[in-house]
Design a protein around this ligand. Structure first.
Ligand code: PLP
Length: 371
């Protein structure tokens, strides 16, 4: 699905030198590279504060801790996403409220969001799934009307840009109260291990978060709040500084590869190719088709048998996962997600994809669907 080795080979000399420099400096934890990466990312995102941390799941958890969310608070997120989002809500003993998504964008359905609001709702967690922003302007309006926090899960969409109706542009993750991301190796900005970060323009919130990531300390050995230990290590930060410089070109390469796939599939009436909402750019973390009037599982097996990488993101809606089942959920409220889990299939998408490989994938899929 990805070619991390091919991507590495193009930046090998720089990366190897950066890693060696960190080792020789022995500044493994919170070294100058971490601070340097933080500042680089603040300027790339045009956000006041970036707080690096251990991974994208921690970033979500720490954000929720910093906002002072408490047991009994309802947190609305989407049914169709990676489980990390709902996992941390449950872990903090908050109440997850799952809502359906929109079938064109795979992102939060605004009408479903509105229906899910109660007097206990405290926050909305939109996930910018597969690389494009959720409808943030509508989400911010709902949040404002009900005095809710907005936590953007930007693990799949770093670098995407949102355009407001008045023409203002903002980077994904810098629009809500707080944004989170992951630097897991296969993410669009991936390091060579685990990593994550939190973004906010709120000075007080940033200060709170900086203590929480470091055992609740604002002064060494004085623990004011319950915190966690969640750090981005210096070697990963040094690698990320090199890759951040290339992020926009990586996003362009992914968009070109997506356009090439979509042109190849344009004439099939059994395939819905991904669309981009008009208020956002798409950074194609995943290139995901919907298969209609044909058996998606049979296609999945056909591709596997032909050694063509492919994946089902996601095969089970969160409301049907054993850990998150709840009697208050009603299948009728998840019509789109219940349909998507049967129809979606994601194809190889990365910065090293060649058109000859894409031609092979496109032909294999079209031949199977037309057989
Ligand atoms: C990858 C991912 C995460 C978790 O990131 P980790 O760094 O693996 O903890 C959270 N949310 C979404 C939507 C993701 O894709």
């Amino acid at each position: 699905m990805v070619d991390l080795k091919g991507q590495y080979e193009k930046i090998q000399n720089k990366v190897n030198k950066a890693i060696t420099d960190v080792i020789e400096s022995s500044a493994f934890i919170n070294g100058p590279e971490v601070k340097g990466f933080q500042e680089d990312l603040e300027s790339y995102l045009d956000v006041k504060h970036v707080i690096p941390c251990g991974n994208g799941t921690d970033a979500l958890q720490i954000s929720m801790m910093a906002l002072g969310l408490e047991q009994g608070n309802e947190i609305i997120t989407v049914d169709f996403t990676f489980a990390a989002t709902v996992e941390v809500i449950a872990l903090l003993k908050l109440t997850p409220v799952l809502v359906d998504v929109d079938s064109a964008s795979f992102n939060m359905d605004i009408e479903a969001l509105k229906r899910a609001i109660t007097s206990k709702t405290k926050a909305i967690v939109p996930v910018h799934l597969f690389g494009q922003c959720a409808n943030m302007e509508a989400i911010l309006e709902v949040a404002k009307a009900h005095d809710l926090y907005v936590i953007e899960d930007t693990a799949q969409a770093i670098g995407a840009e949102y355009t407001f109706r008045d023409g203002t542009k903002k980077k994904a993750g810098t629009i809500g109260t707080v944004g989170t991301t992951s630097f897991f190796p296969s993410k669009n900005l991936g390091c060579y291990g685990d990593g994550g970060a939190i973004f906010t323009n709120d000075d007080d919130l940033a200060q709170t978060i900086r203590g929480i990531v470091n055992h609740g300390m604002y002064k060494k050995y004085y623990h004011d709040v319950i915190g966690v230990n969640s750090r981005l290590d210096s070697i990963q930060a040094a690698i990320l500084r090199i890759k951040l410089d290339l992020l926009d070109s990586y996003c362009d390469t992914r968009r070109k590869a997506a356009a090439y796939y979509s042109a190849g599939f344009a004439h099939s009436d059994r395939i819905i190719t991904p669309t981009t909402s008009d208020f956002t750019t798409h950074v194609f973390h995943q290139y995901t088709l919907q298969i209609i009037g044909a058996d998606r599982n049979a296609l999945h097996e056909h591709l596997n048998a032909n050694n063509i990488p492919n994946a089902i993101y996601y095969p089970v809606p969160l409301h049907n996962q054993k850990a998150y089942m709840n009697s208050r959920y009603n299948e009728n409220d998840f019509k789109v997600t219940n349909q998507l889990i049967r129809s979606v299939i994601s194809l190889p998408m990365h910065t090293e994809l060649e058109t000859a490989q894409q031609d092979h994938i496109i032909h294999s899929i079209l031949n199977f669907l037309n057989a």
